[in-house]
Write a protein that binds this ligand. Structure first.
Ligand code: ADP
Ligand code: MG
Length: 628
């Protein structure tokens, strides 16, 4: 047996790093600015603890394009490096100076905000540059150093004559990456990744109007001065204490995050934990439409104020991905795949924490100003209902604030709803029957009929409501939901009041026969009922069970019975005590008889919103004819 060491040489690894380190070449700028920020924050820390005896001042990081020279410069006024440090930090791939710094100053520096930790970021420069130079002057009393490397493992290191403290990185942009010499492209990257980084970033200059002098005459022309153009806001709202922020501050920050968004957020939730993980952020509830898909990917994820991604899947519970805002946490492992994320203990804790914060906030909004909460309900319900379905922990808490509005604008919690409906809507078996409408326009006549009976009707119109109802029924004994058009109003809540029939059994059989010759069998099942003579003679209903199954198969969670195409089936309820039923039987002429049935069927369809297209046109024509 023999053993040894696999020989990995830098020559082999270097091109691999260049090619595969990051899939996105554009992140090189984020990495270099992160290093410049780290260098500045480290200096700040060292001056604050008295280890660096220099003036910290007001350092900025400058990004400069030299289009003619095909170069991009990133210049900082941070702690710089001595020649020895360049040897140590730059020439050793995967040795992180950031990590070393945090290790060395463990206790005092944990809140310093230092970003780097893999010791690979710097080399991302070679993804876009054919040659990289570092000119750096340490805050220590040592000469400046000049390091050059053309992407091969060979480098040169010599002294330089730079006198001011800090580091300048010069990228000689490669021929296939000239987009990074364009001002608009660099600006785009700075805004995307660096908008909230903690050290001011200068990119070019801009003109600022000078104040108008007191003695300015009629023909005064505004004068301008050139000022540094600072790209970022180094102190974004989420890094501050909630007690230092007003409602207006939160709204302003929303606008800063989404400059193209014109609606105002409904409310916000400030996140702030440091144990057992570090996380800050602000989440906003935007006004939502019923289209769930387009709302996603609006929450931005940062690490120490550096933008990482706007895909927060796996980190934020799915139902909250419809919110907006920022989350900043150094504790989210981003170098691993998303499916692994879900198994990570820390990430699970973060997700649970966010869920809890959101439900606490909702509860306090509900308690503090219920009227206002009710007003916002329609804009937030989709998120909450989705959360109740998908997160058991959230479902538990939502009992306190989830609302069930009625057509009369009463907003009940589930407990209040049960209490309010018990006297009128309990059926003969003691079940509480909750009537609801999914569309107040389309189901208008059914709602009116129910209201006339003294029933209250809920408005439940979100796309996932059938799933939610199913869950509520499963979790609450003797509670059932029935849509107003699921049956004739007399049967919606069964109370055992038999109506006496006007027609004999014989007449009923005849009536059914007549109707069935006109009405298509595969769509309608004809049911004769003895009801109040003033009730509608023909009415179309769709049994609750059938309709709900169909809906659930359409909005996911279905497929359980393999019912992709659930047939459209209705009941045609005919009131045998109505005058029309008597007329149909008494008309002698066969054509007139079926015309009567046809007209009644069309009227029933019309009130269920089922009469459309050609059928509707024919109906209107025929009705006008009959007026002549
Ligand atoms: P990381 O940032 O993860 O430590 P990098 O590869 O990005 O790794 O950088 C390696 C090291 O090089 C840094 O830790 C730091 O010590 C040094 N360095 C890089 N850029 C600068 C800079 N602008 N000023 C001072 N030191 C720097
Ligand atoms: Mg770095």
């Amino acid at each position: 047996m023999s053993s040894g060491k696999i020989n990995v040489s830098v020559e082999n690894i270097f091109p691999l790093i260049k090619k595969f380190l990051y899939s996105d070449h554009e992140i090189f700028l984020r990495e270099l600015i992160s290093n410049a920020t780290d260098a500045t924050l480290k200096l700040k820390h060292l001056t604050s603890i008295g280890e660096a005896k220099v003036e910290y001042g007001n350092p900025v990081i400058e990004v400069k394009i030299d289009a003619e020279g095909k170069k991009l410069h990133i210049i900082d006024q941070g702690l710089g490096m001595t020649a020895d440090e360049v040897e140590k930090y730059i020439n050793q791939i995967a040795f992180s100076g950031a990590e070393e710094f945090l290790e060395k100053y463990k206790d005092s520096a944990k809140d310093s905000g230092v970003i780097g930790h893999f010791g690979l970021g710097f080399y991302s420069a070679f993804m876009v540059a054919s040659k990289v130079e570092i000119i750096t002057k340490s805050f220590k009393d040592e000469p400046a150093a000049h390091w050059t490397c053309d992407g091969s493992p060979e480098f040169t290191l010599e002294t330089a004559d730079k006198t001011e403290r800090g580091t300048e990185i010069i990228l000689h942009i490669a021929d296939d990456s000239t987009e990074f010499l364009e001002e608009s492209r660099i600006r785009e990257l700075l805004v995307k990744y660096n908008k909230f980084m903690p050290i001011p970033i200068k990119f070019g200059t801009r003109k600022e109007a000078l104040p108008k002098p007191e003695d300015a005459g009629e023909d005064y022309q505004t004068e301008y001065e050139e000022v540094d153009n600072i790209i970022n806001n180094p102190n974004p709202a989420w890094t501050k204490q909630p007690s230092d922020l007003t409602e207006e501050d939160y709204k302003n920050f929303y606008r800063e995050l989404y400059p193209m968004q014109f609606d105002e957020p409904l409310f916000n939730i400030h996140l702030n934990v440091d144990y057992p993980f570090n996380l800050t952020g602000i989440l906003y509830f935007p006004k939502l439409s019923n289209d769930l898909q387009i709302q996603k990917d609006k929450i931005q994820l940062y690490q120490n104020q550096v933008f990482v991604t706007d895909n927060v899947e796996g980190i934020v519970p799915e139902f909250l991905t419809m919110l907006k805002g920022v989350i900043d946490s150094p504790d989210i492992p981003l170098n691993v795949s998303r499916s692994y994320l879900q198994a990570d203990g820390n990430v699970k804790k973060i997700s649970n924490y966010i869920t809890r914060k959101v439900s606490d906030k909702l509860k306090s909004l509900f308690n503090e100003n219920r009227a206002d909460f009710e007003q916002k309900w329609n804009d937030i319900k989709i998120v909450l209902e989705y959360g109740m379905l998908s997160e058991p922990k959230f479902y538990e808490k939502a009992g306190d604030f989830a609302l069930y509005p009625t057509t009369e604008n009463n907003y009940y919690t589930l407990a209040e709803l049960k209490e309010a409906l018990a006297p009128t809507q309990t059926d003969k078996d003691g079940n509480l029957v909750v009537l609801y409408a999914s569309n107040v326009e389309l189901q208008h006549s059914y709602i009116e009929a129910a209201k006339e009976k003294g029933y209250e009707v809920l408005v439940l119109d979100s796309p996932i409501v059938s799933h939610l109802i199913q869950k509520l029924e499963a979790d609450n004994e003797k509670l059932s939901f029935v849509r107003v058009d699921a049956d004739h109003v007399d049967n919606l809540i069964k109370k055992e009041e038999e109506q006496i029939s006007r027609l004999s059994e014989d007449e009923k059989t005849k009536l059914k026969e007549v109707i069935e010759t006109v009405v298509p069998k595969e769509k309608y099942s004809v049911q004769l009922e003895s009801m109040d003579s003033k009730s509608a003679p023909f009415i179309i209903t769709q049994p609750e069970f059938m309709r709900r199954m169909k809906e659930m198969s359409q909005t996911g969670g279905g497929g359980m019975f393999g019912m992709g195409n659930f047939p459209e089936m209705y009941n045609l309820v005919v009131n045998t005590n109505s005058d029309l039923a008597t007329s149909i039987l008494s008309v002698e002429n066969e054509t007139e008889k079926s015309a009567l049935v046809k007209q009644a069927l069309d009227l029933a369809k019309l009130s269920q919103g089922l009469l459309k297209g050609e059928e509707l046109t024919t109906f209107v024509k025929r009705s006008f004819e009959s007026l002549k």
